[in-house]
Design a binder for this molecule. Structure first.
Ligand SMILES: [Fe+2]
Length: 244
């Protein structure tokens, strides 16, 4: 199982503060049945440029790798694999941003996109449409559930019509109030991906396995398997995906 939306890299954002926390989060991921994690620290273009973000990301990876080096062989073997990506916050002129190529999930051509909470205008939908037409990189829409109450239903419908992969937070499946809506959208093929968006050991912990169990129990194992296949697809290296 792949968790493709996480804030585990140490000291990058509002996620793990240090390498010890990162290692504990990785152990928790493994305990949830996750064998591959994508690190997706927040990237806010209005706060820093891509070069600075990528340098910070390299440093954070080096810190984590140094901490892993200090583990025993057995402890190392008990950690999931990892790759890097980013959670890219919406920015003006998204379609023209060359840096998106370097912010994709692993070696894929998909990147995780965080949309604004402020009301979406037609401009936002048009930009996404243009990005689709370009065919260079494809956004995965992060945590759609966050916009259910913040955006007008017709705007959500406009977004769904574009056909991008849609991710929902695992947490939504673990809360009885929001679970039904997420399950109905999965059945309609409107939600493709589940991810933990984990930030910390307690407040927003790794919980993907628990959410997948809910999906399997309520909709059947085939639906849970479908979500896992989507995650494999959006994280597949671009050259492998092109060869299929
Ligand atoms: Fe996130």
């Amino acid at each position: 199982m792949i968790d493709l939306h996480t804030h585990i890299l140490p000291g990058m954002d509002d996620g793990a503060r240090d390498s010890a926390t990162s290692l504990e989060l990785l152990r928790m991921e493994k305990a949830q049945g996750v064998d591959r994690v994508i690190f997706t620290p927040h990237f806010y273009r209005e706060r820093e440029d891509a070069a600075s973000f990528l340098a910070r990301r390299r440093e954070a990876i080096a810190r984590l790798e140094a901490a892993v080096e200090r583990l025993s062989q057995e402890e190392r073997a008990a950690l999931p694999q990892w790759e890097v990506g980013a959670e890219v916050a919406w920015m003006p002129n998204l379609v023209d941003r060359e840096e998106l190529n370097e912010l994709c999930l692993g070696k894929s051509r998909y990147f995780l996109l965080e949309l604004p909470m402020a009301p979406w205008g037609d401009q936002l939908i048009h930009q996404l449409y243009d990005l689709m037409g370009q065919g260079r990189v494809t956004p995965v829409i992060a945590h759609l559930d966050r916009y259910w109450s913040a955006q007008r239903p017709e705007k959500i419908s406009d977004l769904l019509r574009l056909g991008f992969p849609i991710q929902v937070s695992a947490d939504v499946l673990l809360r009885t109030l929001s679970r039904g809506k997420a399950l109905r959208m999965m059945q309609r093929g409107q939600v493709h991906l589940l991810a933990s968006d984990c930030h910390s050991l307690h407040h927003r912990p790794p919980n993907l396995g628990s959410a997948m169990e809910v999906v399997a129990r309520k909709l059947g194992q085939s639906q849970a398997d479908r979500l896992c296949r989507w995650a494999e697809e959006v994280c597949a290296p671009a050259d492998e995906a092109a060869a299929q």
